[in-house]
Ligand binder design. Structure first.
Ligand code: DCP
Ligand code: MG
Ligand code: MN
Length: 339
């Protein structure tokens, strides 16, 4: 994702935006969600300014820019750089941490554990660390998974899945989601929704897990299934890797199985981006509702001890536009859902 807008070079604060964006990317790589979010908000604020912000005082008067950001902006204006950023570039431990966080499935605690155990390179890990099967694949294909996937190749993976799917059932659809649906010129992975009008989750599961996935393994398109993380333990998510017949590069592929009634909510969830999702969910909760990948729900009424007195009720699941409407959010095209 690139929070720096097209017109960034004409923006009077282009240099500050550029440097803050690099800091933002650094924190994103460190899995530091809060700092990443704070930086994105500050950058968005700066992008909206039509005059150059030169002093910490001017900066601090803007929304989402606290005194620490304000000092950074002033430092950039006066010195054309940010010492903190130079520091992160040079720190060898940061480099190792970034390297290890790039291993599929490795979060901060895992990466730090490896560092504490004395490992410094991927070869160290392979030789001496006790790794899960998914981590082994993540290291073997480290540079495959780290590479961006050109838009046309994302499409080719989608088409490959679609044609296999249509051989099983012409009514099935595979829709490309994630950064692709937001219009990105390249993506980090390939996200597909698999759906069929009127099909239940169990019908989808049967076709996808009993037939589609095995047949795609058989023709060599699917290479490996990777461990699923906590989010979708309900068996509607499949993580793995795929590779086109014309290529040697393995790509990360995510499948999400979606019944028709949940399509609108799933479209919102799987289009993202993650920050957009967080803010629209927050908005729903402020209105006494709950939005997740299955639907928009009205919160249950709660008793004295916050115990639920009735069930959450579904307000809307099917229609993406209606969910926006009910929440009172003006419709945003997928390409505009970049926060
Ligand atoms: N998603 C989310 N919260 C997360 C992870 C994902 O809301 N923690 C949603 C929003 C994402 C979508 O799922 O847009 C797909 O997730 P990806 O991790 O594949 O991210 P993107 O497709 O947006 O970007 P990339 O090009 O890096 O894959
Ligand atoms: Mg993606
Ligand atoms: Mn994904």
């Amino acid at each position: 994702m690139d929070p720096v807008g097209k017109s960034s070079s004409q923006n009077p604060n282009a240099r500050a935006i550029e440097i803050l964006d690099q800091m933002c990317k650094h924190y994103d790589q460190m899995n530091d969600q809060w700092r990443t979010l704070a930086y994105r908000k500050a950058i968005t604020t700066l992008q909206k300014q039509t005059t150059k912000i030169s002093t910490a005082k001017e900066a601090a008067a803007l929304p989402f820019i606290g005194s620490r950001f304000a000092d950074k902006i002033e430092e950039i204006v006066f010195t054309d750089r940010l010492r903190r950023l130079d520091g992160t570039r040079d720190d060898p431990m940061d480099k190792v941490l970034r390297l290890f966080l790039g291993v599929y499935g490795a979060g901060l605690s895992r990466a730090n554990k490896w560092i504490q155990a004395g490992h410094r390179t991927l070869d160290n890990l392979v030789a001496n660390a006790k790794l899960t099967e998914s981590e082994k694949i993540g290291i073997e294909h480290y540079y495959d998974f780290a590479a961006r996937i050109p838009r046309a190749e994302v499409e080719a993976h989608g088409n490959f899945v679609t044609s296999a799917l249509n051989k099983l059932d012409p009514e099935f659809q595979a829709i490309i989601m994630g950064s692709y649906r937001r219009g990105a010129k390249d993506s980090g992975d390939i996200d597909l929704i698999i759906t069929k009008p009127g099909a239940s989750v169990s019908m989808l599961r049967e076709i996808v897990f009993q037939k589609l996935v095995p047949s795609l393994f058989k023709v060599g398109f699917l290479k490996v299934k990777l461990a699923t993380f906590s989010r979708h333990e309900d068996g509607t998510m499949w993580h793995g890797a795929s590779c086109l017949p014309s290529s040697k590069t393995w790509r990360r592929l995510d499948l999400l199985l979606v019944p028709g009634e949940e399509m609108g909510a799933a479209l919102i969830y799987f289009t993202g981006n993650d920050i957009f999702n967080r803010s629209i969910r927050l908005l729903a909760s402020k209105k006494g509702m709950r939005l997740n990948q299955r639907g928009l729900f009205k919160d249950a009424i709660r008793g004295k001890n916050r115990e639920k007195l009735n069930k959450d009720t579904l307000v809307e699941g099917k229609d993406e536009k209606k969910i926006f409407e009910i929440l009172g959010v003006p419709w945003r095209e997928p390409t505009e859902r970049i926060c």
